[in-house]
Design a protein around this ligand. Structure first.
Ligand code: B3K
Ligand code: ZN
Length: 879
């Protein structure tokens, strides 16, 4: 069977792409087709002769028939764009191999062999940033999901676990530091060349392999584990960046301790290395003992990183560290099980960040991300279950659904079981599957047994896509409060009919008359509909529902605005309080977007805002959450066919109204917050948060005054949070302050790539009416390059989030993103494909814009030689 994979773009092999006939659709791979691999690979020896232009890789792999699989004399080794130099079996040259597409097939006579493969790769030409590539003069790797096959021929699938020994040699001056997984066991030098050998005692799949060679320095530290073992920690960066590594190191040590205390997980090697790389497709990667990070999630100091950056670093450092157990010690059987490690690890990092910071605020932030990114995915053409049934390109399934909804699904198990029983479930899971490649089903089964839950129906959360909608009727009869609930999950591609899922709902019934807060209880809706008796009804009840966002659902309920206003002001559950505020604003903005006035709604919101601004019972971090208006993505999700322009105008209108009506309290909040000296504690961070939020509302009402205040805030800033907050406001306002501060920002930080990314982002996401023209000009800026994913995202992702730019009625915003996808696809398919979903939203947008979006998708689809990544996303978006 010859698999006609679309030549995955020229990356280093232009001849191949040119010679290929019109590419057939890349094959679809199904979960149901999983078969264990016929061969086991007990040991893998890799030998690298390192060079930026060219690296030669000698792989010696020991293979043995896998007794658990159907016998097959053919050893199938995956490859991708490799130059095969030589092949030997059991020490003798071997030329009886065959190629099947990119795969190398070797027919082996016996039960056990040693296969030696020499390949050559060109790291400096590797713009896909998968496999071995060069970044800023150093060499590094990214292998998840299928990058290892770009280094050597190998069974590149997560269920083939092997013990790795890695030897590498290269010029001392260029690559003074040589790192790989596990421990360094030997090293030596030979004139201008030196070498090192690393050994990782833990069997692992190829996607966890890593190698780094470069001119790096480290911040070093130590950690003593719960059983008293000593671990050396190091964070490797370029020399200039060393002063910005402290926060990451503190985060690492906190994460290590927390995982021991909360999940009983201890680190299992003598070394833990982290390397920061400037060119990276995503946030970071959990390679065993050698995490590789995007510099964005390592480097911070107050001058160059915002409070949000600090939180992001803490969360991602923890996330990758937690993978050492949820992902590495217990890995995935196949890529359909991705949520097994990702959903679980996201939950673990969320719980960690909740414990390290404000749990209330962290929970609200996580729900905000879920609803603005995952809900739209779940209601669009790319909807898929957290455990997908098929894919063409696995890179397209590192999604908010697999990650964030996956985390919510496991969080629901925790809610159902309670923290102690949940821990018993995870203990059983880790004990039972340690050293294995497991499935989501294994996790659920361990949770059933260990936590004592019946999850028979709950498994539907793994197989069904779509966000369940829960219809809520609240009634009082004979003095008792009754809740009538019914659920429905809308059809999604390939899944026209849905079954009910168990939905745990934390509820409380408050008494508005006596201002008495009711006790929280957990009810579970596990049928299509059910009624619940909530006990004696108060005279004027307020129903607090889905507290803490106990289930990832959309609630449908007609609520009286006064009840919402009560909840927004008094609910003891911070999420419910936030939610009441959001509901109040959403109802008003939808009315406004449809041309209504809704003066009563505006009054209610202004009143609720006023009480939030002056409420001494909440801290500023929480105050900031309550001041945040729902974002455009979330608003668009609330209607069947969205008019982004009208929603944008309504939202800006409300901001202006609030800025006008609350101009006094907002100004004094800004003044009070401006007096708080810089510190990294919650109260100073909160002050910075409300300061810039107040400024955005003032800017909507009184641009001239805001420009002055923002300029003052900018000029006096002693930290990036204040500086960026001020510049964000200024970039939206035409005028001299804007130009001067943008220039100042650029000049001040021109040598710091991460800050220059902010400079691009701020302009690309601004409220300025000329944002489209600005983005076009920025694409020609000498500091812009398509080769660096951070820079690409800084400019174009930021832009794709702007309703007035991306959704400009002319369609020019859509064209700009489509042009980007086409230009980027041959260079970096993974990053290019990430932009397709924005255009894929067309079915949920008003007809005129929808046609323009669709037109751009069709233009992309018609382009020759699309990558598998972009091909899959575009065809799914059009179907
Ligand atoms: N596991 C990696 C993601 C790899 C993405 C490959 N396209 C980072 C993480 O989720 O921790
Ligand atoms: Zn992860």
């Amino acid at each position: 069977m010859d698999i006609a994979r679309t030549p995955a773009t020229p990356d280093g092999n232009p001849e191949m792409a040119d010679a290929a006939p019109a590419p057939a659709a890349p094959p679809e791979i199904y979960r149901k087709d999983y078969r264990p691999f016929a061969w086991a690979v007990p040991a893998t020896h890799l030998d690298f002769a390192l060079g930026l232009e060219e690296t030669e890789v000698t792989a010696k792999i020991e293979v043995a028939r896998n007794p658990a699989a159907a016998p097959d004399p053919v050893l199938r080794l995956n490859g991708d764009g490799l130059e095969l130099v030589s092949l030997a079996v059991d020490g003798a040259p071997f030329d009886g191999h065959a190629m099947d597409g990119n795969d190398l097939l070797i027919t082996l006579p016996g039960n056990q062999h040693r296969v030696t493969i020499v390949t050559r790769v060109k790291p400096a030409e590797n713009s896909q940033l998968m496999g071995l590539y060069a970044s800023n003069g150093m060499l590094c790797t990214q292998c998840e999901a299928e990058g290892f096959r770009r280094i050597t021929f190998f069974p590149d699938r997560p269920d083939v676990l092997s013990t790795y020994t890695v030897r590498m040699k290269g010029p001392k001056d260029r690559f003074p530091v040589l790192l790989s997984n596990g421990d360094r066991v030997r090293a030596g030098e030979d004139g201008a060349t030196h070498w090192a050998e690393w050994h990782d005692p833990w069997p692992k799949p190829s996607y966890l392999f890593a190698l780094v060679a470069g001119d790096l320095v480290a911040l070093e530290d130590r950690f003593t584990t719960m059983t008293g073992r000593d671990v050396s920690l190091a964070i490797w960066v370029r020399a200039d960046d060393l002063p910005r590594t402290r926060h990451a190191m503190e985060a690492l040590k906190k994460a290590m301790r927390w995982d021991e205390e909360v999940f009983g997980r201890e680190y299992d090697l003598g070394v833990f290395n982290i390397v920061a790389v400037g060119d990276f497709n995503m946030g970071a990667m959990e390679n065993k003992g050698l995490n590789i990070f995007n510099t964005k999630y390592v480097l911070a100091d107050p001058e160059t990183a915002t409070d949000g950056d600090y939180d992001g670093i803490e969360g991602v450092i923890a996330h990758e560290y937690f993978h050492n157990w949820s992902g590495n010690r217990v890995t995935c059987r196949d890529w359909f099980q991705l949520s097994l490690k990702e959903g679980f690890t996201v939950l673990r990092d969320q719980l960690f960040s909740q414990d390290m910071n404000s749990p209330a605020v962290k929970r609200i932030e996580d729900v905000r991300v879920l609803r603005s990114v995952q809900f739209p995915e779940d209601s669009g053409p790319l909807a898929h279950p957290i455990r997908p049934e098929s894919f063409r390109e696995i890179s397209n399934f590192y999604t908010p659904t697999v990650y964030n909804k996956g985390a919510e699904v496991i969080r629901m198990m925790r809610t159902l079981a309670g923290p102690e029983r949940f821990r018993a479930g995870t203990d059983l899971y880790f004990a039972r599957h340690d050293g294995e490649a497991a499935t989501c089903e294994d996790f659920v089964a361990a949770m059933e047994e260990g936590a004592g839950l019946d999850l028979a129906r709950f498994r539907r959360w793994y197989s069904q896509a779509g966000t369940p909608r829960v219809r809520v009727e609240f009634a009082v009869a004979d003095g008792r409060a009754r809740l009538d609930l019914s659920q429905e999950t809308p059809a999604t591609p390939g899944q026209p009919v849905k079954e009910p899922v168990p939905i745990p709902l934390a509820v409380a019934l408050h008494d508005r008359e006596r201002n008495a807060l009711g006790e929280e209880r957990l009810i579970v809706l596990d049928e299509a509909s059910a009624s619940f008796d909530l006990g004696p009804a108060p005279q004027r009840p307020a129903l607090s529902l889905n507290r803490g966002f106990s289930a990832p659902i959309a609630v449908e309920r007609e609520v009286d605005p006064e009840e919402l206003a009560y909840l927004a002001r008094h609910d003891d559950d911070p999420f419910a309080r936030y939610e009441a505020m959001q509901d109040l604003v959403v109802a008003h903005l939808l009315a406004r977007a449809m041309g209504g006035e809704d003066a009563a709604g505006e009054d209610a919101i202004a009143e609720a805002f006023a009480s939030v601004l002056g409420d001494p019972g909440i801290d500023d971090l929480m105050r900031g959450e309550l001041m945040l208006l729902p974002g455009i993505a979330y608003l668009m999700e609330q209607v069947l066919l969205a008019d982004p322009g009208a929603l944008f105008t309504a939202r800006e209108g409300l901001k202006a109204a609030l800025g006008r009506r609350l101009s006094q309290p907002l100004a004094s909040l800004h003044a009070r917050a401006s007096d708080v000296p810089f510190a990294m504690d919650a109260s100073a961070k909160g002050a910075r948060k409300v300061k810039s939020l107040a400024l955005t509302l003032i800017a909507a009402a009184d641009p001239a005054r805001a420009a002055e205040m923002a300029a003052t805030q900018y000029d006096g800033a002693d930290n990036m949070t204040d500086r960026q907050g001020a510049l964000m406001v200024l970039t939206g306002l035409p005028g001299a302050e804007r130009t001067a501060r943008l220039l100042d920002f650029y000049t001040r930080f021109r040598t710091n790539a991460l800050v220059i990314d902010k400079w691009f982002s701020l302009q690309a996401s601004s409220l300025h009416p000329q944002v489209l023209a600005h983005v076009r000009a920025l694409a020609d800026h000498p500091d812009f390059t398509l080769k660096n994913p951070n820079r690409v995202r800084a400019l174009y992702m930021a832009f794709a989030g702007t309703p007035q730019g991306f959704h400009a009625p002319s369609g020019e915003g859509y064209r700009l993103i489509a042009d980007l996808i086409l230009a980027l696809d041959p260079l970096n398919a993974q990053t290019a494909a990430r932009f397709v979903p924005m255009l894929g939203r067309w079915r949920r947008i008003e007809p005129a814009r929808a046609a323009l979006m669709r037109g751009q998708l069709e233009r992309i689809a018609a382009a020759p030689r699309l990558s598998r990544d972009t091909y899959e996303q575009v065809t799914r978006s059009l179907s």
